[in-house]
Design a protein. Structure first.
Length: 317
């Protein structure tokens, strides 16, 4: 069986797709995997040297839409994504096929001189295009200067080496999948830097009704990862979050319970709200929605209104 899988063309996307494709090929009667590179709108926006960031009003799914279209047209049989890039509501006709085991969800600090976050001199330049990271850095180190830094992992590491910034923040999972984890200065505690919902999680999407592929992929499914990611994405969905909104979440299994921590922040770092809640392992969506409501009632809706989000009468005090 020849299986055509769609992927973005960055070095990280290809590394992720290659690893997952290798796992598929190694299964009993595994398919011959062929990777089809598809350029997305998000890739084009990221490559635009005149853009400092992806616009806040950019449509949902800027890194997935073209892959969805290729899937629905039959050009590819499956698509591999970083789950944090996938909209919380899938397009009609698209379903999740498998969610494999999660990589390290933390954020990593990489500095030019090997100094950790709390060792950096005042005024050091911190490069990131993520409002979530910017907000949480500003909250604990208001004396640092956060500047926009775009590009893939290689590009950002090069800009760091060239002295454009003093330190960068990246997802630990990306470094690990590229075999570059040794370049990290430190990995940040999620209590300090809560990661993006579903950070470190990959997923494979399929066309609805493709049960043959569902059966083929089943051995790669990791139930605990799906449970945690479901809670985090439910939290994000309830807050109307996205890649341009400073929202973070991380769920972990604790015995028979599921523990979820969440953060809503303003990019200026002056408003950072955190909360956590435990719930049933078999009700991850309920837990995510409950934690979101806890934060909205505590005033998070005022922060989110600055990002164009609005909530009905039943939300908040």
């Amino acid at each position: 069986m020849r299986l055509v899988i769609g992927t973005r063309g960055s070095k990280l996307a290809l590394a992720q797709a290659g690893r997952l494709g290798g796992l598929l090929s190694s299964l009993p009667e595994g398919p011959e995997v062929h990777l089809e590179v598809i350029k997305t709108l998000g890739d084009s926006l990221s490559a635009d040297p005149g853009a400092l960031s992806i616009p806040a009003d950019a449509p949902q799914g800027v890194f997935t839409k073209e892959l969805d279209e290729a899937l629905l047209s039959g050009r590819i049989r499956a698509a591999i994504h970083s789950l944090k890039d996938v909209p919380t509501l899938l397009p009609t006709g698209i379903r999740f096929g498998v969610i494999p085991e999660r990589e390290d969800p933390r954020d990593a600090v990489i500095s030019r001189d090997g100094r950790k976050l709390f060792e950096l001199p005042a005024g050091s330049l911190v490069g990131t295009a993520s409002p979530r990271r910017e907000a949480q850095v500003r909250a604990v180190r208001s004396d640092l200067k956060v500047v926009p830094l775009r590009g893939n992992v290689d590009t950002r590491l090069r800009k760091l080496a060239e002295g454009e910034v003093d330190v960068i923040l990246l997802a630990a999972a990306g470094l690990l999948r590229l075999g570059r984890e040794g370049e990290a200065t430190e990995f940040l505690d999620p209590a300090l830097m809560t990661p993006s919902p579903a950070q470190g999680v990959l997923c494979v999407t399929l066309r609805e009704g493709d049960e043959e592929m569902v059966d083929l992929l089943r051995p790669l499914e990791h139930g605990p990862t799906r449970t945690c990611a479901t809670a985090e994405r439910a939290f994000l969905r309830a807050l109307q979050g996205g890649c341009r909104v400073p929202v973070g979440a991380l769920a972990v299994l604790e015995g028979e319970s599921l523990a979820l921590s969440g953060v809503v922040a303003h990019a200026n770092g002056e408003q950072v709200m955190r909360n956590s809640r435990k719930g049933r392992v078999d009700r991850p969506e309920e837990l995510g929605e409950q934690l979101a409501q806890d934060l909205l009632r505590s005033g998070a809706k005022d922060i989110l209104s600055a990002y164009g989000r609005s909530f009905g009468q039943g939300v908040g005090p």
